[in-house]
Design a protein around this ligand. Structure first.
Ligand SMILES: Cc1cc2nc3c(=O)[nH]c(=O)nc-3n(C[C@H](O)[C@H](O)[C@H](O)COP(=O)(O)OP(=O)(O)OC[C@H]3O[C@@H](n4cnc5c(N)ncnc54)[C@H](O)[C@@H]3O)c2cc1C
Length: 385
């Protein structure tokens, strides 16, 4: 592949071995039990995979974005939900700390986050709506040397396992509907009195992401736990969200490849009247070719987009396209893979339908593709694409 270099190959060798020996053997069990894969998460930290792009001075590998994409793709082939936990931790919460944290906050949190010694979560979504971030019920009021938070969040990943929650709250009389000025970010350590952590939801897919609600009732944190400018965290959130949308490209690519590999192997192995399904049915062969074509098209889009990002030339619309196109391709390939398996494709233990369930959530978690399409349309109209 044109995007593979010696350095990237070295990281790939590490991640492939990790996936083969540690991730793959646990993947089905994590899906069955909905348990957060904490041991794999910590192990990823030990191997440097939680801090691929974090600067070396803060304990990371100091690698480029393309290397990060390769890591995500490889893990998602086997256990997509591990990349989801990594994204909430490194891209959303960690990304905000890296961008707008004080030197003291960066020194305190980034190195232990990169090594997996602590787990981070990022809470923005509320019951009033995740895609349209205008109305927020969570408020923070300064009382002496402490911020006091009241309100609640829903559908937040890494709850219960997180050591620190990055939480967005209103700190002004109202949030400006256009600039979103009035929103601030805070660092809330787990166990802070007044912080309530719900039970992980039982979802369609992404089993094990520990996604659920947070509540704040007179939750007091020191004044210095404000993260970034008072009332002005949104520009940084926009950048961290862009990183998360981008990451949906390689994760979706991994999901599609995982489902395709199973379907191809099954079509070659299953014999009817002396012939494999692959040799017997033209429709089977053609489905596999179309799946392959979609995967290779997505691969080209993912790695050319990441190359642009590494050159500092990424445009906003292109970043968002990765999430939209990735969700579409992974859902299509996983759906066709189930079809090629026939009846056993619907049996959970076969392992193929898990990819479809995970692909479906890709189109919503983090932001719905419909809301993103509107953002992309706005960028195209203003010729910012
Ligand atoms: C598994 C999972 C993990 C998550 N983890 C986190 C997390 O760690 N942190 C966090 O803060 N949030 C998290 N979320 C929340 C996620 O970001 C929201 O679910 C998402 O933004 C959609 O918001 P909503 O669910 O409130 O849907 P709504 O905003 O109510 O939207 C419902 C539907 O309406 C349509 N719609 C909404 N807005 C628009 C628009 N502007 N244009 C066109 N159509 C629109 C779309 O079809 C959308 O699916 C997670 C969600 C899931 C499912």
């Amino acid at each position: 592949m044109w995007y593979l270099t010696e350095d990237r190959e070295a990281v790939l060798t590490t991640v492939r071995e990790f996936v083969r020996t540690e991730v793959a053997p646990q993947a089905m069990e994590i899906d069955r039990t909905n348990a957060f894969p904490l041991d794999l998460f910590k192990r990823a930290g030990e191997l440097g995979l939680l801090g691929v792009t974090v600067p070396e001075e803060f304990g990371g590998l100091g690698g480029d974005q393309t290397t990060h994409a390769l890591v995500l793709e490889e893990i998602a082939k086997s256990l997509p939900v591990l990349t989801v936990a990594m994204g909430a931790h490194s891209l959303l919460a960690g990304g905000l700390i890296e961008m707008i944290g004080t030197t003291a906050q960066k020194s305190r949190y980034l190195a232990p986050a990169a090594s997996g010694d602590i787990v981070l979560a990022c809470g923005s979504t509320e019951a009033v709506g995740g895609d349209n971030q205008v109305e927020f019920s969570t408020r923070a009021v300064l009382d002496g040397d402490e911020w006091v938070l009241d309100g609640g969040k829903v559908l937040i990943s890494n709850i219960g396992v997180a050591d620190v929650y990055v939480v967005v709250a209103v700190t002004a009389d109202h949030v400006d509907p256009v600039t979103k000025a009035g929103l601030s970010a805070f660092l809330i350590p787990a166990g802070t009195p007044g912080l309530g952590v719900g039970r992980p939801e039982h979802k369609l897919g992404w089993h094990g992401s520990a996604t659920g609600s947070l509540s704040f009732s007179g939750c007091r944190i020191p004044k210095e736990n404000l993260l970034g400018p008072l009332g002005g965290c949104l520009p940084a959130m926009f950048v961290s969200a862009t990183a998360e949308f981008l990451s949906c490209g390689p994760v979706s690519l991994g999901i599609a490849e995982g489902a395709y590999e199973l379907a191809l192997a099954y079509s070659l192995d299953r014999v009817q009247q002396g012939e494999s399904l692959f040799d017997r049915f033209q429709v089977t062969r053609h489905k596999l070719v179309r799946m392959y074509a979609e995967i290779e098209s997505l691969r080209a889009l993912v790695y050319s987009t990441y190359a642009e990002r590494d050159r500092g030339e990424l445009c906003l619309a292109q970043g968002r396209l990765l999430k939209v196109k990735g969700a579409e391709v992974s859902e299509y390939v996983a759906r066709e893979a189930i079809q090629l398996f026939g009846g056993v494709g619907t049996v959970v233990d076969t392992g193929v339908e898990r990819y479809w369930r995970d692909a479906k959530v890709m189109a919503i978690g983090g932001a719905s593709v419909e809301a993103l399409m509107d953002v992309i349309a706005g960028l195209i109209k203003r010729r910012l694409a």
